[in-house]
Design a protein. Structure first.
Length: 120
Protein backbone atom coordinates (compact mmCIF):
# COMPACT_ATOMS: atom_id res chain seq x y z
CA UNK A 1 0.00 0.00 0.00
CA UNK A 2 2.90 2.32 0.63
CA UNK A 3 4.00 1.76 -2.94
CA UNK A 4 0.80 3.40 -4.24
CA UNK A 5 1.55 6.72 -2.60
CA UNK A 6 3.69 9.23 -4.45
CA UNK A 7 5.56 10.85 -1.58
CA UNK A 8 8.70 12.88 -2.09
CA UNK A 9 10.34 13.01 1.34
CA UNK A 10 13.53 14.78 0.30
CA UNK A 11 12.14 17.97 -1.18
CA UNK A 12 9.08 19.98 -2.13
CA UNK A 13 5.91 18.13 -3.08
CA UNK A 14 5.61 16.93 -6.65
CA UNK A 15 3.66 19.19 -9.01
CA UNK A 16 0.19 18.03 -9.96
CA UNK A 17 -0.78 17.58 -13.57
CA UNK A 18 -4.18 19.19 -13.01
CA UNK A 19 -5.68 22.28 -11.40
CA UNK A 20 -8.56 22.27 -8.98
CA UNK A 21 -11.57 24.21 -10.23
CA UNK A 22 -12.45 27.34 -8.30
CA UNK A 23 -15.10 26.89 -5.63
CA UNK A 24 -18.65 27.51 -6.78
CA UNK A 25 -20.66 30.12 -4.91
CA UNK A 26 -23.11 28.77 -2.34
CA UNK A 27 -25.98 30.77 -3.79
CA UNK A 28 -25.86 31.99 -7.36
CA UNK A 29 -28.29 34.80 -8.19
CA UNK A 30 -28.18 33.79 -11.85
CA UNK A 31 -30.10 30.60 -11.00
CA UNK A 32 -33.13 32.66 -9.97
CA UNK A 33 -33.53 33.85 -13.56
CA UNK A 34 -33.71 30.35 -15.07
CA UNK A 35 -36.94 28.55 -15.84
CA UNK A 36 -35.80 24.97 -14.90
CA UNK A 37 -35.51 25.97 -11.25
CA UNK A 38 -39.08 27.27 -11.15
CA UNK A 39 -40.37 24.32 -13.16
CA UNK A 40 -38.79 21.89 -10.68
CA UNK A 41 -40.11 23.79 -7.66
CA UNK A 42 -43.64 23.86 -9.13
CA UNK A 43 -43.50 20.13 -9.91
CA UNK A 44 -42.30 19.32 -6.39
CA UNK A 45 -44.99 21.49 -4.85
CA UNK A 46 -47.79 19.91 -6.89
CA UNK A 47 -46.48 16.37 -6.23
CA UNK A 48 -46.25 16.99 -2.48
CA UNK A 49 -49.70 18.56 -2.44
CA UNK A 50 -51.26 15.62 -4.30
CA UNK A 51 -49.46 13.10 -2.10
CA UNK A 52 -50.71 14.71 1.11
CA UNK A 53 -54.23 15.22 -0.28
CA UNK A 54 -54.76 11.62 -1.40
CA UNK A 55 -53.01 10.08 1.61
CA UNK A 56 -54.88 12.11 4.20
CA UNK A 57 -58.22 11.60 2.46
CA UNK A 58 -57.61 7.85 2.41
CA UNK A 59 -57.01 7.81 6.17
CA UNK A 60 -60.00 10.08 6.85
CA UNK A 61 -62.22 7.97 4.59
CA UNK A 62 -61.16 4.78 6.33
CA UNK A 63 -61.88 6.32 9.71
CA UNK A 64 -65.32 7.54 8.58
CA UNK A 65 -66.28 4.19 7.04
CA UNK A 66 -65.29 2.14 10.10
CA UNK A 67 -66.68 4.49 12.77
CA UNK A 68 -69.53 2.60 14.45
CA UNK A 69 -71.12 5.76 15.86
CA UNK A 70 -71.50 7.20 12.34
CA UNK A 71 -73.12 4.07 10.93
CA UNK A 72 -69.97 2.39 9.62
CA UNK A 73 -69.10 -1.27 9.93
CA UNK A 74 -65.91 -2.85 11.20
CA UNK A 75 -65.11 -4.49 7.88
CA UNK A 76 -65.92 -1.49 5.71
CA UNK A 77 -63.50 0.80 3.96
CA UNK A 78 -60.13 0.19 2.42
CA UNK A 79 -58.47 -1.20 5.53
CA UNK A 80 -54.92 -0.80 6.71
CA UNK A 81 -53.56 -2.51 3.60
CA UNK A 82 -55.52 -0.10 1.40
CA UNK A 83 -54.00 2.85 3.22
CA UNK A 84 -50.53 1.40 2.66
CA UNK A 85 -51.33 0.88 -1.04
CA UNK A 86 -52.56 4.47 -1.31
CA UNK A 87 -49.34 5.84 0.19
CA UNK A 88 -47.08 3.57 -1.88
CA UNK A 89 -49.05 4.05 -5.08
CA UNK A 90 -49.02 7.81 -4.78
CA UNK A 91 -45.27 7.89 -4.20
CA UNK A 92 -44.74 5.59 -7.21
CA UNK A 93 -46.94 7.64 -9.54
CA UNK A 94 -45.65 11.03 -8.43
CA UNK A 95 -41.98 10.05 -8.61
CA UNK A 96 -42.59 8.58 -12.07
CA UNK A 97 -44.34 11.75 -13.24
CA UNK A 98 -41.83 14.25 -11.82
CA UNK A 99 -38.59 12.31 -12.40
CA UNK A 100 -37.75 14.09 -15.63
CA UNK A 101 -38.51 17.51 -14.20
CA UNK A 102 -37.01 17.64 -10.74
CA UNK A 103 -34.87 14.52 -10.42
CA UNK A 104 -36.85 11.70 -8.79
CA UNK A 105 -37.73 13.41 -5.52
CA UNK A 106 -41.13 14.14 -4.10
CA UNK A 107 -40.28 16.06 -0.96
CA UNK A 108 -39.23 19.69 -1.23
CA UNK A 109 -36.52 19.33 1.41
CA UNK A 110 -34.86 16.50 -0.49
CA UNK A 111 -35.00 18.50 -3.71
CA UNK A 112 -33.46 21.53 -2.02
CA UNK A 113 -30.64 19.57 -0.41
CA UNK A 114 -29.82 17.75 -3.67
CA UNK A 115 -29.94 21.01 -5.59
CA UNK A 116 -27.52 22.68 -3.18
CA UNK A 117 -25.19 19.64 -3.19
CA UNK A 118 -25.17 19.58 -6.97
CA UNK A 119 -24.28 23.25 -7.27
CA UNK A 120 -21.39 23.26 -4.78
Amino acid sequence: MAKDLDVNESGPPAARDYKDPPPAPFFDMEELRKWPLYRAVIAEFVATLLFLYVSILTVIGYKAQTDATAGGVDCGGVGILGIAWAFGGMIFVLVYCTAGISGKYVYIQTFESRYIDFHK
